[in-house]
Design a protein around this ligand. Structure first.
Ligand SMILES: C[S@@+](CC[C@H](N)C(=O)[O-])C[C@H]1O[C@@H](n2cnc3c(N)ncnc32)[C@H](O)[C@@H]1O
Length: 663
């Protein structure tokens, strides 16, 4: 079972009336245990529990149901049971149908103590029962999983009713519609809309129960949110839609056509609205939600996303560590703190393959945390942030993630304002949204980054001398506070030569075919390094990407790195190969690296290494070469003849990660 199916099964179980005798078996079934396994446990053949009402599955879980009010005592009995230890149970769980308590005996994670109906919120905690080790953020954020599952259902149901929205031309409309819904759910739970659950209640009350006019009601609300309050009379805004604020931000502009709802779709929408959207976590939600709109990804639950620890492997050495060091050095000196705050206000962070914006969101949140500490030390706690959201820019090929990235950043800004300044201040400045769109939907290897992002220290836009033909389809947006530092980061797509589409090979060829022979052997991700390297000639940018490790091995290293070094860049830090830890079955064995580059080479370079137990060590070295070694910059070129023996050579040493099918 995948994460979505498990979440669905345990949500259904929590909604059913509690059956004391059946619950342990139902629980195990929800986590994917086969009927035969359950039958053997039920017959006692494999149930070695020594607790009344207990079911013990060897190497897995010891569950006991009990009378009302006896959960504490029952959990204690499970903990002390000799059988729990003998059968190497990973979890113990006790419930009386009112409350539920559980412990993971294999980790130091906090126990689950919750109302019975809320235990699905902790489904990630029990992931090991289904043989899945959820990344920590997912274990802790079951809300995002549940929201994604329900949005997923709604999406599929709507497309069933309106197949014309499922065509290539209409998919962007459908995705835009979903982004609008997500905004409304978030806004109604965070007082951005006045009135509790204003959107969901209005749709519920104003639309017919048979769902026939649901699309009209939602359409009227969306139109109102694109209309200034003074203009509403002239546009005949219905009274129920008049309660909604003017949102702007282009979110509700353009067509407000809404797909037709079935009765089921209407009930899904109301269910989704009833979730507590305050709990949305923009770090991971965007990555999961983008799976909703992607037929191939659905069910994988956005597991391809870069986890927060891996994002920090890029961002910390790139610039966050330095900001934190400067904060420490500043101590309580008001001037030094002020200078640091001014420096941060000018920092620009770009992700040219931003997906739903997780690198940008994490960079923004970490910088806000540093700024908040500065403000605390300077006794300016409620001060408005000086870090402009529009300095966090991205390029993304697919329209839905691009749209979600912007939404995720807006949500992150709001949440940071609530956290560091208070709800009142956050609300006062939230609406209307800024109409600028600083996430560009397009092909990063075609777009001209200089035209898009300009160069540091000047507002003059320079057109690069490169071969980028695609015109921009968005207005230029000036950066606030020009003249600051620029950091380019992300996790661009990896595609070996055998996996690329024709278009992707053309993208790469445009950048490099005139510069080096054998360029087709390069991975697609090399295109991002080359573009970033080219950009850094005009703008003193530091760069760090997560990439496949193949670009620093064999044939590719010898083709790629001389080009990058010729542009004046040097590797300032690197994280040597580590396993890509997410659940996507097709890339479970992929090894990746992080490379950090700068035109201004640092005195000391750092090589990070993570061992099999996950412990990371760092070495300070004098140099880092194309193979991520502390050694001279020598590359080994391919040869058609063996250099030192006579045997025939049949194949070279192509590096293909195990199980890799491309990303
Ligand atoms: C490995 S994902 C990383 C996204 C995000 N940072 C994350 O961790 O989920 C790579 C992203 O690059 C996007 N992408 C692929 N080709 C692209 C191109 N030519 N231009 C811009 N984005 C592209 C994909 O759609 C995908 O969202």
């Amino acid at each position: 079972m995948n994460a979505l199916e498990i979440e669905e099964a345990i949500s259904e179980l929590a909604e059913q009336p509690f059956d004391k005798a059946e619950f342990p078996y139902q629980f195990l079934a929800a986590f994917g245990n086969k009927a035969t396994t359950i039958k053997r446990l039920r017959s006692g053949a494999s149930n070695s529990s020594d607790i009344k009402g207990g079911v013990l599955q060897r190497n897995n879980i010891h569950i006991a149901t009990c009378d009302t009010g006896e959960v504490d005592a029952t959990l204690q009995a499970l903990r002390q049971s000799p059988q729990t230890a003998a059968a190497r149970a990973k979890f113990i769980l006790a419930t009386d149908g009112d409350t539920l308590q559980a412990e993971d005996l294999t980790t130091d994670d906090a126990p689950v103590i919750c109302d019975f109906e809320e235990f699905p919120d902790h489904f990630g905690f029990f992931g090991a029962l289904a043989g899945i080790s959820y990344p920590k953020p997912l274990r802790d954020n079951s809300f995002d999983v549940r929201a994604t599952r329900l949005l997923n259902r709604l999406y599929v149901e709507l497309l069933k009713e309106s197949p014309e929205w499922d065509t290539e031309e209409r998919r962007p409309d459908m995705n835009h519609f979903m982004a609008r819904l997500i905004f409304c759910f978030f806004a109604e739970d965070t007082d951005i809309f006045h009135g509790e659950d204003l959107f969901t209640r209005t749709v519920e009350q104003m639309s017919e129960r048979d769902s026939s006019n649901t699309h009209e009601v939602i359409g009227a609300i969306f139109r109102a949110m694109d209309c200034k309050l003074d203009d509403r009379e002239a546009t005949n805004t219905p009274r129920y839609a008049n309660q909604f604020p003017y949102v702007n931000g282009q979110l509700f502009s353009g067509s407000t056509e809404v797909p037709r709802f079935t009765k089921i779709a209407r009930s899904y929408l109301i269910n989704i609205g009833n979730l507590d959207w305050k709990r949305i976590n923009p770090d991971i939600f965007g990555s999961m939600i983008q799976a909703v709109a992607d037929d191939e990804e659905r069910g994988a639950l956005g597991m391809h996303y870069t986890s927060v620890p891996n994002i920090l492997k890029v961002l910390n050495p790139l610039f966050l560590d330095d900001l934190r060091e400067k904060l420490e050095e500043a101590g309580d000196s008001p001037i030094k703190l002020l200078n640091l705050r001014k420096r941060m206000a000018k920092i620009r962070v770009f992700d040219p393959a931003c997906g739903s914006g997780n690198f940008l969101v994490i960079a923004y949140k970490e910088m806000r945390a540093i700024e908040a500490e500065i403000n605390r030390r300077r006794d300016e706690i409620n001060r408005r942030t000086e870090i402009p959201l529009t300095n966090f820019r991205g390029i993304e090929l697919r329209d839905f993630p691009a749209e979600v990235a912007r939404l995720a950043l807006i949500i992150a800004e709001y949440q940071c304002d609530v956290l560091y300044r208070g709800q009142k201040e956050a609300l006062a400045e939230f609406l209307p949204l800024d109409a600028q769109n600083w996430i560009t939907c397009g092909n990063a290897l075609e777009l001209d980054w200089i035209e898009l992002w300009g160069t540091t220290g000047t507002s003059v836009k320079i057109r690069s001398d490169d071969l980028f033909q695609t015109p921009l389809d968005q207005a230029e947006i000036d950066f606030e506070n020009e003249g600051g530092e620029t950091y380019i980061c992300g996790n661009p797509p990896y595609k070996g030569s055998n996996w690329r589409t024709k278009q992707q090979t053309e993208d790469l060829g445009r950048l490099v075919s005139s510069r080096v022979k054998g360029w087709k052997a390069l991975d697609y991700v090399a295109g991002w390094l080359l573009k970033a390297s080219h950009y850094s000639k005009y703008c003193d940018a530091s760069i760090a990407f997560v990439t496949t490790n193949s670009i620093c091995q064999g044939l590719q290293a010898a083709i790629l790195w001389p080009l990058i070094f010729a542009d004046g860049l040097r590797i300032n830090f690197a994280h040597t190969s580590f396993k890509w830890s997410n659940l996507a079955s097709h890339n479970a064995g992929v090894s990746v690296i992080v490379v950090g580059l700068g035109a201004a080479p640092t005195q000391t370079k750092r090589i990070f290494e993570t061992d099999a137990l996950g412990t990371t060590t760092v070495r300070e070295v004098a140099q880092i070469n194309a193979y991520l070694l502390n050694a001279a910059n020598v590359v080994v070129h391919g040869a058609r003849e063996p250099l030192s023996f006579e045997a025939d050579m049949t194949d070279g040493s192509e590096v293909v990660p195990e199980n890799w099918t491309g990303c």
